[in-house]
Structure formats: structure tokens, C-alpha cells
Design a protein around this ligand. Structure first.
Ligand code: C5P
Length: 308
């Protein structure tokens, strides 16, 4: 196999319950992940040592280059080294990441890239890792990487890396409103800790169960799912980026069934009734002047897969 490519999806947390800060610096989560139809593609071919290039969304400008590094700071680089070490093969590959998922947007773009890299390099190097092996490596790379491999709908526990797939075939339509500047995930978690210490939001010791959201996602009217959505990181994301309030209002005023911040933000995920409604909503939000990019997507979609 001389060139292999894999793609992996963006995610939205349709429920994100954040517990207190743990001694290891992470927060205990109860989350419901949904993989949506916005994909990054990782292409790998034989090389001498590791080389990484990045094209597409969020690259090119000075700011983009900051957000998507092409050295060891990139999760794809670490994924390659980790897979090579665990399989006992040299980490020789030339890897290209073609990005459609914006960086630092709360859509797990970097995690998608790492998951796609594990799948592509497993094929290129013929390491024949099982899915379980890859999920284990993914958990060492980042909290959202196991879900990027698994895709679909899944419950997430621990720091998010303990993923339990949920059978759900009901296709839901969403519009993602992507703001200009990324938000740092640790900064948003840190702001939540400060808001909790000041008593401005509940302390997180009483983590709500995710089951009602899963049930609503699997079947039933959009309105029921709309009222079940929730994200504990929304308040701190709004505190750090007040313009997000206007973006959320723009989505509901344009007729979204509900709108919430995706993960640590600043992407706004707006729930639509059906595909037509999503296209109408996307057109309206594109003209609202609050988002850099607007994308109509659907989910669930599969996790990281070989393509081509
Ligand atoms: O696992 P990942 O590298 O994506 O996490 C990035 C940062 O987000 C962590 O260093 C931590 O500050 C924060 N985080 C957290 N609790 C989680 C997941 C992430 O506090 N469950």
C-alpha cells in the first residue's frame, strides 16, 4: 500500500455534564457525543522519518499556523509516534492533514486528525492493531480521540475517553456557526472552576445523567431533544466570549429548535427540524454577520475510516 487516506468526523456534545476538578487536572465528565458530517482527511505515505503538512480550514495565515502546528505539538505527530512505538516499527511516514474542521472550535478537529492518523498509519505500516488497541492508544492522546475513532453516538465518562457506543439511527440536522477566533479548552475549564468557586454556577458534584438526552436523540420529536440539550461549558465560554450570547440568540431567532455551544466553544450548534430547515437556517445565519463560517451538517456519522 503506497498511499492511504482516512477521514474522521467533527463532534458535538449534545449533553456535557462537567464534574469537579480531579487531582490529575481533568474534570470528570458525563457526556453524549454525536459525530457530525464535517470531516478532516489524513493521507499517509512511506517516508524517511516523520513529515507533516496541513492544508485547508484554519491554515495559511499567521494565526492559522499557530492553531495547527506541523511538528510534535500536533496530535497527529504524537499519534504516529505512539502507534510506531507500540507496534515496534519505525515512525516513517509523510502525512498530510486536509482540514475542513476548524481548529480550537469545540468540534474536536485535532482529535479527529489523530484518530484518522491512527487508522491511516495502521494500514500504511501494516501494524494490524485491533480497534480496541487503537481506542487504547487514542485515550493516551486526548480525551476526545477515542470518540473520534468510534463515531456515531456514544456516552462519554471519565475525562471523556471512556466511550460507550449507543445504537441510534435517527438522523438529526444541525447548523454549525463557527466564530472567527478559537477558544482554548483549558481556559474554558479554568473559567468554569472560577465561576464555581465564586458560587455563580452549581459546583458539579451532582452530575445529571445523560440518559434522557440519549433517549431523545434516538427517537422522538425534535422539540423533546431541543429541551434536553445542555452544556456545562456554555456559561464559562460565554463569560470569556460575550459575543457568543448574540450568536446563540441569532440562531434561535432564525428559527432553530435550540442552540448550544459545542464543547468548549466557540462554535454554536443549532438544531434544525429536518434537512430543508437546516439549509434555510444555514442561509439565514450566514447573513446574520455573527459567524465566520456556517455549515449544515447531519449526524450520526461513522468514526475514523479508511477512504479511497
Ligand atoms: O484531553 P485533552 O488534551 O483534550 O484536554 C485538554 C485540556 O482540557 C486538559 O489539559 C484540561 O485542562 C481540560 N480538560 C479537563 N477535563 C476533561 C477534559 C479536558 O479539564 N475531562
Amino acid at each position: 500500500m503506497s498511499v492511504v487516506a482516512a477521514r474522521a468526523p467533527a463532534k458535538v456534545n449534545v449533553h456535557l455534564g462537567v464534574g469537579p476538578l480531579r487531582p490529575d487536572g481533568f474534570h470528570e465528565l458525563r457526556t453524549v457525543y454525536l459525530a457530525v458530517s464535517l470531516f478532516d482527511t489524513v493521507t499517509a505515505q512511506a517516508g524517511d522519518g516523520l513529515a507533516l503538512t496541513v492544508t485547508g480550514e484554519g491554515t495559511g495565515g499567521a494565526r492559522g499556523a499557530d492553531l495547527v502546528p506541523t511538528d510534535r505539538r500536533n496530535l497527529v505527530w504524537r499519534a504516529a509516534e505512539l502507534l510506531a512505538t507500540s507496534a515496534g516499527v519505525p515512525a516513517d511516514a509523510t502525512v498530510e492533514i486536509a482540514k475542513s474542521i476548524p481548529a480550537a472550535a469545540g468540534l474536536a478537529g485535532g482529535s479527529a486528525d489523530a484518530a484518522a492518523a491512527l487508522v491511516a498509519l495502521d494500514a500504511l505500516w501494516r501494524t494490524r492493531a485491533s480497534r480496541e488497541d487503537l481506542v487504547g492508544l487514542a485515550a493516551q492522546l486526548g480525551s476526545d480521540v477515542p470518540f473520534s475513532l468510534v463515531g456515531g453516538v456514544a456516552l462519554g465518562a471519565g475525562r471523556g475517553e471512556q466511550v460507550t457506543p449507543v445504537l441510534s439511527r435517527t438522523r438529526r440536522h444541525w447548523v454549525l456557526g463557527i466564530a472567527g477566533e478559537g477558544l482554548s479548552t483549558p481556559a474554558v475549564y479554568g473559567e468554569l472552576d472560577r465561576m464555581r468557586a465564586a458560587g455563580r454556577v452549581p459546583d458539579g458534584t451532582d452530575l445529571a445523567t445523560a440518559e434522557p438526552v440519549v433517549a431523545a436523540l434516538r427517537s422522538g420529536p425534535t422539540a423533546v431533544l431541543a429541551s434536553a440539550l445542555g452544556n456545562d461549558l456554555q456559561a464559562p465560554a460565554l463569560a470569556l466570549r460575550p459575543e457568543l450570547g448574540r450568536a446563540l440568540r441569532a440562531a434561535t431567532e432564525a428559527g432553530a429548535a435550540a442552540a448550544l455551544v459545542s464543547g468548549s466553544g466557540p462554535t454554536v450548534a443549532a438544531l434544525a427540524g429536518d434537512e430543508q430547515d437546516a439549509l434555510r437556517l444555514a442561509a439565514e445565519l450566514a447573513g446574520a454577520g455573527v459567524f465566520r463560517t456556517v455549515r449544515a451538517v447531519h449526524g450520526p456519522v461513522p468514526g475514523a475510516r479508511l477512504v479511497g
